[in-house]
Design a protein around this ligand. Structure first.
Ligand code: CMC
Length: 433
């Protein structure tokens, strides 16, 4: 971080107290006014619903330039990581700050591979859910329950314990995700196989059965790996901020990640990939596109174009550009050249990008717009799309949680409010109301 160069003076007109607030300069991106002393020294709060103008922490993990459409993990452009890297290598990069050497990657892969099994009694949790429970509902519960199993790594002040918990979470998420799916379709869970890569193992646990083995298709493995790289982190989004806020009270990492999964589930966040497919199926016919565009623009109508718009990107989401090309590649390799949902999605994008409403508001396709079409082409059901996102984002969540726990400035996250309720009033006995 560069030395502070600017300062801003703010006066509380009520108390006539003035305070000089320093500017904090990041390595890249917009500067921030450091208001941390504002309340203590000038009795003033700031008001920022939805955190439109708030940098909640310092972080060295991910950089986004929303105007230019740039995303970097630890300084590496997302395009380069997606083209040349793999998901486990990206996980190491996010967690430890540097790309691994050959031996570091071998060791890390080995550790992750050897933490994929679940405690046998954890499988009883799945049985407690109704067969048609949404896999995200199961996942929130099961991941939260991990803290009841791993007492040996719950000392959050111990860096070794933090590391083991991070490994356990990254390794066990595919096993939990696949077990959620198997419970949903009424098949027995399949154990992980240590000879398979991270994504091949996930596909194996989802699609093999006790009576029939399954050979993961290299195309599906590669596509999933790329999608997981793209979803691995995205700085202080809602779920990551949830993980940080939960962790700030010194809650254990399993509980924090469960909170992150719950936040991710919402359709404004990670639940959008499932919502996009539902929307495309509802539109169905290209002749209906204009009607749905009109609905999206109508303020009286709650309908929004799912997979469109982003709080930070006011340009094409760089992940969406990669997913769109990946979608073309996957469908071509599968011989599905005229996939109707992909055709419809591209037509929708073309119309929206030429429409003044979307142009003025700088609304572009985001990462979720095309990802569901790929998942569907790979045979992954709609209700598992957000689960796929959660597996990948676990890497970002544990990286942020670890960074926060190592941050000497870390303290409990405790926002204030602008109270707009009743002024003080007197209690009335029941009979007098
Ligand atoms: N369709 C129609 N109008 C939209 C859309 C959309 N998808 N997104 C934003 N707008 C309009 C919104 O109505 C508002 O218009 P006005 O200025 O006239 O009131 C303006 O654009 C600004 O929108 P906002 O809701 O104030 O923006 P936000 O930063 O609070 O919300 C968002 C960002 C992603 C929640 C929102 O764009 C949205 O709901 N998109 C659809 C859901 C979606 O695709 N979510 C995935 C996000 S990326 C992956 C992830 O985070 O997991």
């Amino acid at each position: 971080m560069e030395a502070d160069k600017q300062a801003y003076t703010l006066t509380n007109n009520r108390t006539q107290t003035s305070i000089t607030l320093p500017e904090r300069r990041p390595v890249q991106g917009d500067p921030a006014v450091d208001i941390s002393r504002l309340y203590r020294e000038a009795s003033l709060l700031t008001f920022d619903p939805g955190f439109m103008s708030t940098a909640s922490c310092e972080s060295k993990i991910t950089f986004i330039d929303g105007d230019a459409g740039i995303l970097e993990y630890r300084g590496y452009p997302i395009e380069q990581l997606a083209q040349h890297g793999n998901f486990v290598e990206t996980a190491y990069l996010l967690l430890y700050g540097e790309l691994p050497s050959v031996s570091e990657l071998t060791d890390f892969t080995d550790i992750i591979t050897h933490h994929t099994m679940l405690n046998k009694s954890l499988y009883n949790f799945f049985e407690g859910f109704h067969h048609d429970a949404h896999p995200m509902a199961i996942m929130v519960g099961v991941v939260g329950s991990l803290s009841a199993f791993y007492h040996d790594s719950l000392d959050i002040k111990n860096p070794r314990h933090r590391d083991i918990s991070a490994h356990r979470l990254i390794a066990k998420m595919p096993t939990i995700a696949a077990a959620c799916y198997k419970h949903n379709i009424g098949q027995p869970s399949i154990f992980p196989r240590n000879d398979l890569s991270y994504c091949a193992n996930l596909l194996h646990m989802m699609f093999a059965t006790p009576c029939e083995d399954y050979e993961p298709d290299p195309l599906a493995v590669e596509a999933l790996d790329t999608l997981f790289i793209l979803h691995a982190d995205h700085e202080q989004n809602a779920s990551t901020s949830t993980v940080r806020l939960a962790g700030s009270s010194q809650a254990n990492p399993f509980a924090c990640i469960a909170a992150g999964i719950a936040s991710l589930w919402g359709p404004a966040h990670g639940g959008a990939n499932e919502a996009v497919l539902n929307m495309l199926e509802e539109i169905g016919d290209p002749a209906q596109l204009d009607r749905f565009i009109a609905k999206a623009k109508d303020r009286q109508d709650h309908f929004r174009l799912m997979g469109f718009g982003h709080r930070v990107y006011k340009n094409y989401d760089p992940r969406a550009a990669i997913v769109r090309e990946l979608c073309k590649k996957v469908l071509a390799k599968l011989g599905d050249h005229n996939n109707p949902l992909f055709e419809l999605a591209q037509r929708l994008e073309d119309i929206a990008l030429q429409d003044d409403y979307f142009i003025e508001r700088k609304l572009y396709p985001n990462v979720d717009f095309y990802s569901g079409i790929i998942y569907e082409a790979l045979g992954i059901p709609k209700n598992m799309f957000t689960v796929m996102f959660a597996i990948a984002r676990t890497v970002g969540w544990v990286s942020h949680w670890t960074e926060m726990m190592n941050d000497p400035q870390q303290r409990i996250g405790r926002p204030r409010q602008l109270y707009t309720g009743y002024a003080r009033r007197q209690y009335q006995p029941l009979t007098e109301r």
